[in-house]
Design a protein. Structure first.
Length: 60
């Protein structure tokens, strides 16, 4: 276990810095499949590359 800020700065933020639009698109597509399977009808996403998340929603 790490303190929150140490975990974010050493583990999470370095990984997020490597993400690109395609990563977000496919991650959002996976999330949409999971939401459809569980009956979710509405969601709000405030992550990076919003145009790619919107593309995933339109495609699905």
């Amino acid at each position: 276990d790490l303190p929150l800020m140490e975990w974010l700065s050493t583990k999470i933020w370095p990984l997020e810095a490597k993400l690109n639009g395609e990563d977000i698109y496919w991650g959002t597509m996976l999330a949409i499949v999971e939401m459809i399977k569980s009956g979710t009808t509405t969601f709000n996403d405030m992550y990076f590359f919003m145009s790619q998340a919107a593309r995933a929603v339109e495609t699905s």
